[in-house]
Ligand binder design. Structure first.
Ligand SMILES: *Cc1c(COP(=O)(O)O)cnc(C)c1O
Length: 368
């Protein structure tokens, strides 16, 4: 096979297909001359709430705010604790610390890389207010036991859905399990804007109203401020782009499954641990995470072969410098540390060609 280059991610194939629709959406907004909180926003919120099987969707400025604002709206703050996994993107923890509450970490399951439900209960104290399952890499968490534990201890469940738009747990779409869920539309996510954006979904009228208010300077009507809110609104331009892309989300996820299926069937190198898919899960493959004891060598080798890779994430939350005050240390979350040391993410994006997929498979199998 001749040498080619396969980037870690490319937006090109999708943008080629929907470029005209995106340009039409841009023109529509420009012709309207209305840029914040308008009908594009409303239309997307309605469509995305429907997609998630929820009553409300509140568009906000980022995935971070989509997680932080519902926590704040539920009254979580100083003196409270929120349980989340040690192996997640830093935003999950930041969403908690921005409210003044304390993140309490739990370790992952080494097979699914998701929060281990068995470890949640021992982290619960009388200060615990909520648990935040993260559907990491596009794999749904084991929501059955998580919901049960939360119910037993009277905890809110806020799902971090930033990597898993459309993934299903036992046939039910994620984002529809908790009291609220936060989505990111960062460009690289399965549903990505052409800039920063996010959304909170919920069935609660009261919570939706409060999140929307907190995202808009804490006001209920113009120049009347009930809360000391933020400025975190989904603008009309991004909402219009997102409406175009939401229509194609299932197709995008289907294509991601096709690529992941080829990797799962084709990669047979004994040095590589492939992702595991539990019977309850319908993942959407935001990340195709493999593990390898010689991860850094594998990464270097693949880069030399022209295959772009990434690590998600090289430093777990408990070992991040910004969180040294939490008092955690090395060895506290062995699974998260193992994943940080051995995980490598292979290229996976909508429209990857057969040649590109086969090239990655061949190179990964050729690693010694
Ligand atoms: C991307 C991401 C976020 C944050 O989303 P932003 O839009 O970048 O603020 C939160 N949690 C997880 C797991 C993510 O991957």
């Amino acid at each position: 096979m001749s040498e080619i280059k396969v980037p870690f991610v490319s937006f090109r194939p999708l943008e080629k297909e929907i470029g005209d629709e995106l340009r039409a959406a841009f023109d529509r907004v420009l012709n309207n001359s209305w840029y914040i909180k308008g009908k594009e926003d409303e239309a997307f919120e309605k469509a995305f709430a429907g997609y998630c099987g929820r009553k409300h969707c509140v568009g906000v400025g980022s995935g971070l705010d989509a997680l932080m604002l519902p926590l704040k709206a539920l009254g979580i703050g100083e003196g409270d604790e929120v349980i989340l996994p040690a192996n997640t993107f830093i935003a999950t923890a930041l969403a908690v610390t921005y409210t003044g509450a304390k993140p309490v970490l739990v370790d992952a399951d080494l097979r699914t890389y998701n929060m281990d439900p068995a470890k949640i209960e021992e982290a619960v104290t009388e200060r615990t207010k909520a648990v935040m399952p993260v559907h990491l890499y596009g794999q749904p968490c084991d929501m059955g036991p998580i919901t049960e534990i939360a119910k037993k201890h009277g905890l809110y469940v806020i799902e971090d859905c930033a990597q898993a738009h459309g993934a299903k747990y036992k046939g039910q779409v994620i984002g529809s399990f908790g009291d609220a869920a936060g989505f990111s539309f960062y460009p690289g996510k399965n549903l990505g804007a052409l800039g920063d954006a996010g959304a909170t979904v919920t069935d609660s009228d009261e919570l939706a109203k409060k999140v929307a208010s907190l995202a808009n300077y804490g006001s209920d009507y113009k120049y009347h401020h009930v809360y000391q809110g933020n400025n975190s609104r989904l603008d009309e331009m991004q909402a219009a782009f997102l409406s175009v892309k939401l229509k194609g989300l299932d197709k995008v996820n289907e294509d991601r499954r096709r690529i992941a299926g080829r990797y799962l069937a084709g990669i047979s190198n004994p040095l590589i641990t492939l992702p595991y898919v539990p019977a309850y899960a319908e993942p959407v493959w935001h990340i195709f995470a493999v593990r390898c004891e010689k991860r850094d060598e594998l990464e270097k080798y693949l880069e030399e072969c022209g295959v772009g890779c990434n690590k998600h994430y090289p430093i777990p939350v408990h070992l991040q410098e910004c969180y040294k005050d939490l008092g955690y240390g090395k060895g506290d979350f062995p699974v998260a540390e193992e994943v940080a040391k051995t995980e490598l993410s292979l290229p996976l994006y909508y429209g990857m060609t057969d040649e590109e997929i086969e090239y990655v498979v061949e190179k990964v199998n050729g690693f010694k």
